[in-house]
Design a protein around this ligand. Sequence first.
Ligand SMILES: Cc1cc2nc3c(=O)[nH]c(=O)nc-3n(C[C@H](O)[C@H](O)[C@H](O)COP(=O)(O)OP(=O)(O)OC[C@H]3O[C@@H](n4cnc5c(N)ncnc54)[C@H](O)[C@@H]3O)c2cc1C
Length: 503
Amino acid sequence: MDSDDGKTTKSSCNRFSNVKDAAKQRVNAVHASLFGSKEGNGDLATVVVVGGGYGGVRVAKDLDTASSSSKDFQVVLIDRKNYFLNNIAGVPAAVQKGYADSMCIPYDKLFSERGNSTFLQAEVSEIRKDSVLVQGHEEPLYFDYCVIATGSSYSFPFKIADTLQQDAVERFGKIPDLIAQADHIVVAGGGAVGCEMAGEIKTCFPGENKRVTLVHSREALLPGDVKDELRDKTLKALQQLGVHVILGERLVDGLDTNNSPEDTTSTTDENVQNQSFLSGKRRKLQTNQGTELEADLVFLCWGAAVNSASLRAHFGSELIDKGPNRDRISVDPKTLLIGNTDNIFAIGDVAALESKMACYAGEQGSYVAKKLIATIVANKKFQNAGDVEPYRYWGHPYPAMMVPLGGKLGYMQTPCAKGNILGSPFAAMGKNHLIKSWALTVRPACSFKCPFTFISNNQTNQQSDKEDLAKALGLSHEDALLAIERGAFPITHDAATDGRTST
Ligand SMILES: Cc1cc2nc3c(=O)[nH]c(=O)nc-3n(C[C@H](O)[C@H](O)[C@H](O)COP(=O)(O)OP(=O)(O)OC[C@H]3O[C@@H](n4cnc5c(N)ncnc54)[C@H](O)[C@@H]3O)c2cc1C
């Protein structure tokens, strides 16, 4: 395999067992220059994880834990930001004051003292077949194994592109005040994020003087693999909260970004660059059906853009060019390896696999970490598929989907055979549990505030809630409550009625 910097390396250089001395020395030199005092170690396999979102953090953390006892490898986690963005808390944290800190969590406590891992804040401009090119460094950083977890971007404030935690907290922290001051807020897009946003605002501001309109281009909310029951119940709950829902119309006018200073804030990369909420008193909007609206704030909730720019030069042919997985990289569904490589994985939103959700990114990260540990420590190879236990998928058509509408109302689709729909307050509880467990993964023992503050213990004890959960999970009422108490929610492998299957 030829590397772009003119140095020819053989494909075997990628594998720990066969790395040539010369290549290894280059790795060491680059490590030394990149990490200052932390010198590369010629005896260690280097695992580079690109992207520290849900998938990347999971794989890096699991590898770090294992590297405390096995000294066979080192991990380098690279992210352009110096903090983990726990964006699944993005909606409640944007509406309620005081949660910005809990959502933007520094990586400084991610790795244990005893492990052998390094976090590097940097922009990866190119992922090559044997190395990554990091902005500001001429020499590439060579790897033995690479995990691509570059994820996706979304408009601000639902994802944040500021690279420094302090800047992110400051900018994000202004959103609740803007919401509090606005008379009429338009939420554009009726997917899970848009529904959650409209519901959260109306729950926090139930009065007549805060109008919220949700505009969705399709005839039904929540596109994707969800049951109509979830769509119908979510629509009714939003209307019950007082959200004005317009279906089958698309906003076409009034979305230009030149009207206010906030509009120009660049928040995300790639396709959604410069996309932000829109502010400005009485902004005039119009739909393709001629409906006119005047809004003080407009939140753009229409889809994620895949962060695959760093893959285009060397893996362009592996990127999917159309359909729902457009711009995502194809992976072997059994091994999560990309192309014909035996050492480069892709997981999470950047990979053409499963639903694009944090929970799946995390599962894929755990799988890759397990495989890497087994492979590096036992020095196995990936070529023989028999050696590798395939990645296991939830074997049913309905993915997990939580749509809390502010903590009191909301629904979730459970990832079991029938995709049973659970009512309030399980959506908010499930989401709170997820948010908290990710926060504690990145910063163990941090003091963390759950954003769904409305749920009281009384509500969780209601008989109808127990019945809902028990019915969906096939558990007794007592076991269902136990599952919640233990945090085994939204569902554990054991509790699932149908379990998981290999492809
Ligand atoms: C508002 C909102 C609510 C959501 N709620 C839920 C939920 O309740 N449950 C759920 O399961 N999912 C939820 N999701 C979806 C979930 O957030 C995504 O599926 C998840 O973020 C994907 O994780 P990831 O690790 O693949 O990528 P990401 O979380 O997108 O992380 C990718 C990381 O890579 C870094 N990066 C990218 N490119 C580069 C580069 N070139 N160089 C250096 N670093 C780079 C980025 O800075 C980022 O930190 C929600 C999404 C949104 C927007």
